[in-house]
Design a protein around this ligand. Structure first.
Ligand SMILES: *Cc1c(COP(=O)(O)O)cnc(C)c1O
Length: 393
């Protein structure tokens, strides 16, 4: 197995070697090497993963149902809390029904491979999340990327040869592109999908709970919630728990129950996590949810304005809960990330293959539970942008 070691050495030489680095705990501040760091690296945007209400709900569920579901949902792994969570998620997204999966990854793989088949065409944004691409591949449909948010190219593809007899077309997109802080042009995608009779699938992993009125998500924020036939959400990010969900009509959800292998052949989501996620769905629709969303967005706005004023190229579109500070090479991104960490700020370098070559970056995701002083401290840890460039060469 020398070839594996050789490949790892090659990754190392390119600055692409990765390692796991356990932290004693999550939350707005984390500890590494005995030092307290400001955590700008998580997707726990609203700080719900450690919220007392979620912890209490999880504890209660633990006492009642135990840790694991014990079987697939269709066998004996279904608990009342799964049904309650699905009803709450459908109400949040204003769809007829929802189906909960063990993760957002599993939801995407399950939905795409169940709905699309070898005779179909899938058109996908080039920056879509890996799980959507993996699901598309598993479906064996014909798969075409369009350039990130390039509606003209998408329309060209839609005008081109159709899928053939009995085939269908799908347009698949993230709602918020987490490595860029950009939004999908959902109103235009809805138009195209309707005009060319394609089924639009939108993965709102990063918007659910943190974007839009009452945290309903990006589709509501952009005013097209009722016109998106299939949505996917994750319970693992702003909702602070774990798991994924498909949201659609009752018929489509019923179909998934029979055809989504990632659902059928996997143990049901832990009732503990389902209970925590249910509490999170309630919380994000309350005044406290609204307050947390406003705090989080204020932090994003402040970081963006201050970094741009200091010469950084920042990618972000409101109200995305994260922003990207473009740096260039993987080495430069690693160097900046290391410098930030030395000054008490945890912000990951994002490198290829997660992002295209030449666009390595630092991703900043502040939390609602950070203070204004925390955000100023994070800004103070950044060097002037020009110093960074000269070191980057
Ligand atoms: C994180 C993410 C997922 C996967 O969700 P998990 O619950 O972490 O498995 C899917 N899609 C997108 C766009 C994501 O960002």
């Amino acid at each position: 197995m020398q070839w594996l070691a050789r490949q790892l050495r090659q990754l190392e030489a390119k600055g692409l070697r990765r390692t796991l680095q356990p932290l004693p705990a999550g939350g707005p501040y984390v500890e590494r090497g005995g030092r307290r760091l400001l955590n700008l690296a998580s997707n726990d945007y609203l700080g719900l993963s450690t919220h007392p209400r979620l912890v209490a709900a999880a504890r209660e569920a633990l006492a009642r149902w135990g840790v694991g579901a014990g079987a697939a949902r269709l066998v004996v792994g279904d608990r009342p809390v799964h049904d309650a969570l699905e009803a709450a998620l459908a109400a949040l997204k204003e769809t007829e029904a929802a189906l909960v999966f063990p993760s957002g990854y599993a939801a995407n793989v399950g939905v795409l491979s169940a709905l699309a088949g070898p005779r179909d065409q899938i058109f996908a944004d080039a920056l879509n999340h890996a799980s959507l691409n993996d699901g598309a591949r598993l479906s064996r449909a014909r798969f075409r990327y369009y350039r990130h948010r390039d509606l003209e190219q998408l329309e060209q593809l839609l005008r081109g040869p159709g899928p053939g007899r009995g085939g269908r077309r799908f347009i698949v997109t993230d709602a918020i592109f987490s490595m860029d802080g950009t939004l999908a042009p959902l109103p235009e995608l809805v138009e195209l999908a309707e005009r060319y009779e394609a089924l639009l699938i939108v993965d709102d992993a990063h918007g659910t709970g943190v974007v839009g009125p009452e945290g309903r998500g990006t589709a509501h924020h952009l005013g097209v919630a009722g016109r998106i036939p299939v949505q996917v959400a994750t319970l693992s990010k702003a909702l602070g728990a774990q798991g994924g969900a498909a949201l659609s009509t009752r018929t489509l959800i019923d179909y998934l129950l029979h055809r989504a292998r990632a659902f059928i052949y996997s143990t049901g989501l832990s009732p503990v996590l389902a209970a925590a996620a249910l509490e999170a769905v309630r919380l994000v629709q309350s005044d406290e949810g609204e307050y947390r969303r406003r705090r989080q967005q204020a932090h994003v706005t402040r970081l963006k304005a201050a970094l741009e004023a200091r010469g950084y190229t920042v990618r972000h579109e409101p109200p995305a809960p994260m922003l990207a500070v473009l740096v260039g090479t993987p080495e430069a991104a690693l160097r900046l990330s290391a410098r930030l960490e030395a000054r008490g700020v945890l912000a990951p370098a994002i490198r290829p293959p997660t992002v295209p070559p030449g666009t390595s970056r630092i991703r900043l995701a502040p939390m609602a539970t950070h203070t204004d002083e925390d955000i100023e401290a994070a800004l103070a840890a950044f060097p002037e942008a020009e110093t960074l460039q000269s070191h980057a060469v």
